[in-house]
Design a protein around this ligand. Structure first.
Ligand SMILES: Cc1ncc(COP(=O)(O)O)c(C=O)c1O
Length: 377
């Protein structure tokens, strides 16, 4: 795995441990996007067919990452975009409710809160020591619960929920299951069929190690048929190239959410990013990242810092958040001065390594933290 480290030029200057924030892209992504721009500037639309082919390949790769068919994938410009398509397109009735976790990232709260105008109530699943219990989820459901939307991994605590167990409960209760997967895709193997997921959205710029502002939405076929596309354009319809004989017959699959010209540059970059992950193997990446997480926890425990993230490997993915007798923002800034990138969440330092990081880098982070704290941050 270490051989892939040279794919990441960021390692030459920085210790980069903020993949839960914005990831630095690989040479593969840089080259794929660079090639697109070169072709675009030198040959324009003569290259259109080959860009279409690459776009199609990216769709297939995105599908394979979650065990889905390419027709159930729509390209989106952010996780918020994907979740909003599900929220706004769903056929709600007055008094329906949707369940979310109370500590969610706002991308997975506001689209649901925005449904108040349609008479939809948002119900909050309470947290239990930063974890989300399956029993609490089930208890929060009633006969008006139509959908549950949850992050696979919580952005601040790093808690990773058992999606299969949640999917079981949703299926049993007839509740649609929506997942914000941005904090896990690329680092946790995911199977939308096994977990009975109906919608899944993620942008590429975190654990997929792709460009910012491009992602994908998975939408189960039966639900795609049911959903209203809120944005409509020339590509929403079956005969998308019949410009001179318009026929407003909407596509029935997830691609009905792609209303117009696509962000080919972003899609090609994301495709290259996903291909790299699949080449390394997401199951292997998960093991490696969790080993690095073990290392962070060990170093934190040696210093008697508290570990906000659950220590059990199955309850975390890539994020480890730690608290200590220090001001996290000041420590983050001191680390930044030493070319170390971490972030601040949950009143602690959030460390989020990917598979190409090294134990030595984590040791260096703790060494620099020790120094910062000793010198009064
Ligand atoms: C759980 C979660 N969802 C969504 C996002 C980002 O959403 P978007 O892709 O809409 O920018 C983040 C970013 O921090 C996140 O942690």
């Amino acid at each position: 795995m270490k051989s892939y480290r040279k794919e990441f030029p960021v390692t030459e200057k920085y210790i980069y441990l903020d993949h839960a924030g914005v990831a630095p892209v690989s040479n593969r992504v840089k080259n794929a996007v660079g090639r697109f721009l070169k072709e675009s500037s030198e040959e324009g639309a003569f290259k259109y067919p080959s860009w279409q082919e690459l776009t199609d390949r990216a769709r297939v790769s995105a599908g394979k990452l979650i065990h889905a068919q390419k027709n159930d994938i729509a390209f989106i410009r952010s996780t918020s975009h994907g979740l909003s398509l599900a929220a706004e397109g769903f056929p709600w009735k007055n008094d329906d409710n949707v369940l979310v976790y109370e500590g969610e990232f706002p991308s997975n709260l506001y689209p649901w809160m925005h449904l108040k105008r349609k008479g939809v109530d948002v119900r909050y699943i309470p947290s239990r020591d930063g974890k989300i219990g399956i029993a609490e989820i089930e208890n929060a459901m009633d006969r008006k619960t139509r959908m549950l939307s949850i992050s696979s991994v919580q952005f601040s605590t790093g808690f990773s929920i058992d999606l299969k167990a949640v999917g079981n409960v949703c299926r049993k209760k007839g509740v649609v299951f929506c997942v914000d997967a941005i904090q896990s895709l690329g680092v946790v193997p995911t199977d939308v069929n096994e977990y009975e997921i109906d919608f899944l959205a993620a942008d590429a710029h975190k654990w997929m190690i792709g460009p910012e502002g491009i992602g994908f939405l998975y939408c189960r076929k039966e639900l795609a048929e049911l959903l209203e596309p809120v944005l409509v354009g020339w590509k929403s319809v079956v005969q998308e190239f019949a410009f001179e004989e318009p026929s407003f017959l909407l596509k029935k699959n997830a691609q009905k959410f792609e209303e117009g010209s696509m962000n080919m540059m972003g899609i090609i970059g994301m495709g290259a990013a996903i291909d790299l992950l699949r080449e390394v193997g997401v199951a292997k990446i998960e093991e490696r990242v969790k080993d690095l997480g073990d290392h962070i926890i060990q170093r934190a425990n040696e210093r008697r810092y508290s570990v906000v993230t659950p220590e059990a490997r199955k309850e975390r993915a890539g994020i480890v958040t730690i608290r200590g007798p220090f001001d996290p923002s000041r420590v983050r800034d001191r680390l930044g001065e030493k070319n170390i990138m971490v972030n601040v969440r949950a009143d602690g330092i959030r460390v989020s390594p990917h598979f190409y990081n090294l134990e030595e880098e984590i040791d260096e982070v703790f060494l620099q933290m020790d120094r910062a704290i000793k010198s009064g941050e």
